[in-house]
Design a protein around this ligand. Structure first.
Ligand code: SF4
Ligand code: SF4
Length: 563
């Protein structure tokens, strides 16, 4: 085996044995050279006559049915020198700051058994790649023979959903190019029988390409009956659950204490990007769905109490919000010109489904407006239909985030948040519109009280995450709670204050004023109060949704110690 040979060549100490050529006594001894220099020196001396050495690091044949190529990393040989990282960067012509291979550190937490293990990692060319399943424009393909997961740069629209979907956050977004890119295992070189850049560059031959049996991997990570291993422990400590995508990379070591190691950065929390276009896409579509539903309900059951909600204004406002949401979402894309192809991934991608649902929602909203303008005002059916399509869009939005398997984005957290926004933003918009013209007091008060109830529901639901601050496992929810109470503490507290003022304090005060008949018609102060309440609510919701993106934490491959 190549690794056995490698150990023999380099000896137990990891120092190569050299011949005694005339020039060598004049050069520094091997023990004074870095690993990369030792390799260069060894290659100069032996490389020409040992061209087969790289072939030892490649499988001798193509994968058979049920097999695929995979990286194999011998952790006992990896020194963390980053020669693989540099070679990958140079050979693939990566941009500054772009990297397709990383090194991280596992370490023991005990001074009695101090240990430090470096880990090199790249795309795992998973058996069930989540990046591929999530892409709305089919910009990934898994080679049916080699199993290599390739990214098709010319198809990508730069939505970055594959970054959220990949548990290992492998795809890298290039702002300059407007697309993501990732490792393709140097498939062109492999096809010519040459080793990938990282494999060739590693001075310790710690990385090689091997064949793996995909059924055995499935059994190993998902515990299928009759399969050996059957445990997620077969993977790296603190890394994402391998059962999600079945990563093909094999990490091997003979060190018995390996299982006791922890990722060096496991206690580190990092604030994530806010994704502002997505913040406004979500809030505008959810607010529009809510406004359609308020209009439909008031028209169906409110009678005269529906007041100005019987006019075309709520329907037109909600439709404008849908269009604004769809428009602002384009700002999130690196290549918005290709957005029309986003239906292609409908079979597997929740992002595709969300985009198609949003298209249907926009059509329903347009038809509702058309009916109000050209046929008659005040019907409840079309606002209700548009509202139902809005709820379908909200459900798809929930699934877009739930499907990333990030704990804080799971349905139990995202669902109440998104539905709460439907309730609150629809309600405060309806309050503003109901304050225009002659006010139907009963209808106005009904909307205001429902907004109060929605505010309490939303704040209580959103606050559930904070109890995880008392966990002590540095798991994803614990770290999310740490971000929300630490780095984003003021952000989150001010969000609560804005929401409380906009949805509870102002509507209640206005209700009391209405009931006590403090203000007579026309009631400009009522309109001003409703606009102020709606503005406060919007500020609170924008802060909440940005926090939703910034606070999410997930397991990841081991990183480097944080100093
Ligand atoms: S590691 Fe991530 S990017 Fe690579 S194949 Fe798996 S899911 Fe896709
Ligand atoms: S279109 Fe989106 S999901 Fe598909 S590869 Fe590009 S960034 Fe990733």
């Amino acid at each position: 085996m190549a690794t056995g040979e490698t150990r023999r060549r380099w000896g137990a100490s990891g120092v190569a044995s050299y011949g005694t050529g005339m020039a060598y006594p004049l050069l520094p001894g091997p023990e004074e050279l870095s690993a990369a220099e030792r390799f260069a020196s060894w290659k100069d001396r032996w490389g020409a006559g040992r061209r087969g050495v790289y072939r030892d690091l490649l499988p001798g044949r193509m994968p058979a049915a049920g097999e695929q190529y995979a990286f194999e990393v011998d952790l006992d040989l990896c020194s963390g020198c980053k020669a693989c990282v540099a070679a990958c960067h140079a050979l693939n012509g990566l941009d500054e700051g772009e990297t397709w291979r990383w090194t991280g550190v596992l370490q023991s937490g005990s001074s009695r058994h101090a240990w430090h293990q470096t880990v090199t990692t790249a795309c795992h060319h998973c058996v069930e790649p989540a990046c591929l399943a999530g892409c709305p424009v089919l910009a990934y393909e898994k080679d049916p023979v080699t199993g290599i997961v390739r990214h098709l740069d010319d198809q990508c629209i730069g939505c970055q959903y594959c970054i959220m979907k990949c548990p290992y956050e492998v795809p890298q977004y290039s702002r300059r190019r407007g697309i993501v890119r990732k490792c393709d295992m140097c498939s062109g070189r492999l096809a010519r029988g040459e080793a990938p850049a990282c494999v060739q560059a590693c001075p310790h031959h710690a990385i090689r390409i091997r064949l793996v049996d995909t059924a055995r991997l499935r059994g190993r990570y998902r515990g299928l009956p009759g399969m050996p291993g059957a445990t997620a422990e077969s993977w790296l400590p603190d890394a994402p659950d391998p059962a999600i995508t079945l990563p093909a990379t094999v990490y091997k070591t003979e060190r018995s204490m390996f299982r006791l190691l922890r990722a060096a950065d496991r206690e580190h929390v990092t604030r994530q990007p806010a994704h502002w276009p997505l913040v406004f896409l979500l809030l505008l579509t959810q607010g529009a769905a809510g406004l359609f539903l308020y209009a439909g309900l008031l028209r169906a059951f409110g009678g005269a109490a529906a007041g100005s909600m019987l006019s075309w204004m709520p329907v037109a406002t909600a439709a404008a919000m849908v269009l604004a949401g769809a428009g602002v979402s384009l700002l999130h894309l690196g290549r918005p010109g290709g957005a029309w192809r986003a239906f292609l991934g409908l079979r597997t991608s929740w992002l595709s489904r969300e985009i198609v649902a949003l298209g249907l929602f926009a059509c329903g909203a347009g038809l509702a407006v058309g009916r109000e303008v050209f046929v008659s005002e005040g019907g409840f059916l079309w606002p209700a239909v548009a509202g139902a399509l809005g709820l379908l869009t909200v459900f798809c939005s929930c699934k877009v985030y739930d499907d990333t398997r990030r704990e804080f984005w799971k349905l139990r957290f995202a669902g109440p948040r998104f539905l709460g926004s439907v309730w609150l933003l629809g309600g405060v918009s309806a309050l503003v519109l109901a304050s225009l013209g002659p006010v139907a007091v009963d209808g106005w008060a009904w909307i205001a009280l429902s907004v109060c109830a929605g505010g309490v529901f939303k704040l209580a639901g959103d606050g559930r995450i904070l109890r995880h601050v008392y966990d002590d496992d540095f798991g994803p929810l614990h770290k999310t709670a740490l971000v929300l109470t630490g780095e984003l503490g003021r952000w989150d507290r001010s969000r609560v204050a804005w929401t409380l003022i906009g949805t509870v304090v102002i509507p209640l005060v206005l209700c009391l004023a209405l009931w006590s008949e403090t203000w007579k018609e026309p009631r400009p102060w009522l309109l001003l109060g409703a606009v102020t309440g709606a503005s406060c609510t919007w500020v609170g919701e924008v802060l909440e949704r940005a926090g939703f993106f910034m606070a999410v934490q997930s397991r990841k491959m081991p990183g480097n110690p944080v100093v």
